[in-house]
Design a protein around this ligand. Structure first.
Ligand SMILES: Cc1cc2nc3c(=O)[nH]c(=O)nc-3n(C[C@H](O)[C@H](O)[C@H](O)COP(=O)(O)OP(=O)(O)OC[C@H]3O[C@@H](n4cnc5c(N)ncnc54)[C@H](O)[C@@H]3O)c2cc1C
Length: 414
């Protein structure tokens, strides 16, 4: 068994960022990827020839500090720098007035800012307990929250949410953020279809990663798999992870969020806003996105318990759910032009088991704890520990590069 400096588990954004940084730092390394492809939750398919659709990440968030903005520009990927999320609502059969949208935007900002909770409060309450469900804006906010955080309001630590400050814009990538990430991974040393089954860190000066295709020994290992995979026990740690790391892991929810794309054979949207939330009586609201690049598709975005319900109901039910709402807004005739849908179900993907992680109430600090290296041999990276860009692709990539800085320092001869 040859000894490398580093084994990297997972070739999603974090693993790819880490592999590129490891190459720059002169660390010998090998990436071990369970699936047949690069990118993990960054994944683009085509709804039709030349119509790319991201099943996972699509927007470059926190663009002031997102390293993927520079990479997209360098590789010639088109980005819509004018895109912005709006507080526009469709309210029971009509577009909301400007005053209603403004009131919703104010409610949204107030809720996201902690709903009046003192910023340095030591309490770690759930977000729902801070809000007034009687507000007319509660239902759309609760829905959009579940999409942003991949969990419902009562499942999420308010303190953790309050530490997540987004700086800059949210810019979609025309040809797919999944494709950008896969391009960045071209050329990294990766073994696909290779499942890390055991990470043995019992030797004093190295780590052995046992896979379905043999073992790899390295001076350190960087684990970039999702929280869902870590919680599932699919990877055995020998010896078990320290109690603090295990407690931190328990503090996360792996998250449920999905994207349901409906493709039409013509433009059925006209000059409608590129994104708004549909409120339709007592039905679960739905945030929709119409790409600004001239494609004829719409994406329904779901999160939390309702997203899980739709996954269990099946792809046809999820498609019907979005099509019914799109028909309510754009007219029943759109049904005639509907061609096909693609429906994600990340919480059932065997190599992801979730969408993006959130911290449960009472577990504020879990992200920081999980980020701590174990004996300078076991390191973690990925979206869950990508402060201050958690839950994002750019954050995951960045966290991989930052891990390499720590690993390079730890591996330096004393
Ligand atoms: C529906 C949805 C929408 C999103 N929208 C956005 C967005 O618009 N913008 C944004 O920035 N982010 C978005 N995100 C979040 C973003 O996709 C993730 O934060 C990011 O892609 C996570 O990257 P990662 O490297 O941390 O993890 P992953 O992408 O999960 O990579 C981990 C890799 O590890 C592999 N693996 C798992 N188990 C093993 C094993 N035992 N052995 C070897 N390999 C293993 C997996 O196959 C995977 O390739 C979205 C996510 C979802 C699900």
């Amino acid at each position: 068994m040859s000894h490398l400096d580093l084994a990297i588990i997972g070739a999603g954004a974090a693993g790819i960022g880490a592999a590129r940084a490891a190459a720059e730092a002169g660390l010998s390394h090998q990436v071990i990827e369970a699936s047949h492809r690069l990118g993990g939750r960054a994944y683009t398919e085509e709804l039709a020839a030349g119509v790319p659709f991201d099943l996972g990440c699509h927007w470059l968030h926190t663009t002031d500090i997102n390293p993927l903005v520079r990479e997209a520009d360098r590789l010639g990927f088109a980005i819509d720098r004018n895109f912005a999320f709006s507080a526009h609502l469709w309210l029971d059969g009509r577009h909301a007035t400007a005053a209603e949208s403004q009131a919703y935007a104010a409610y949204f900002d107030w809720a996201e800012g902690g709903a009046g909770m003192p910023p340095h409060s030591g309490e770690d309450r759930d977000v729902l307990s801070l809000l007034d469900p009687a507000s007319p804006y509660f239902a759309p906010y609760a829905h959009v929250f579940s999409v942003i955080h991949a969990a419902d309001l009562d499942q999420v630590s308010a303190r953790d949410v309050m530490t997540q400050k987004a700086n800059g814009g949210d810019w979609p990538v025309r040809d797919g953020l999944g494709r950008l990430v896969a391009r960045l991974g071209a050329g990294i040393p990766v073994s696909l279809n290779t499942v890390a089954e055991e990470i043995d860190w019992s030797p004093r000066d190295h780590v052995i990663v046992r896979t379905n295709r043999g073992a790899v020994a390295a001076r350190a290992v960087l684990v970039t798999v999702s929280i869902g995979i870590l919680q599932s026990g699919l990877i055995r740690f020998r010896p078990a992870l320290p109690a603090a790391a295990l407690a931190a892991l328990d503090g996360f929810s792996p998250g449920i969020a999905n994207r349901i794309a409906l493709h039409f054979d013509r433009d059925v949207f006209g000059d409608a806003p590129s994104n708004f939330t549909i409120v339709d009586g007592d039905a679960e609201p739905l945030a929709i996105y119409i790409p600004t690049f001239g494609f004829n598709y719409v994406v329904g975005q779901t999160g939390g318990g309702y997203a899980g319900h739709l996954t269990r109901a099946g792809q046809m039910a999820a498609t019907a759910y979005v099509l019914d709402r799109v028909a309510a807004v754009f007219g029943e005739s759109v049904r005639r032009y509907f061609v096909r849908s693609i429906v994600s179900a990340w919480e059932t993907d065997p190599w992801v088991l979730g969408a993006y992680a959130s911290v449960k109430p009472g577990h504020f600090g879990a992200r920081e704890t999980l980020l701590q290296p174990v004996e300078d041999r076991l390191f973690f990276a990925g979206e869950a520990v990508a402060m201050p860009m958690v839950a994002t692709c750019g954050g995951a990539y960045w966290s991989g590069t930052q891990a390499i800085r720590r690993i390079a320092a730890a591996l330096q001869p004393a």
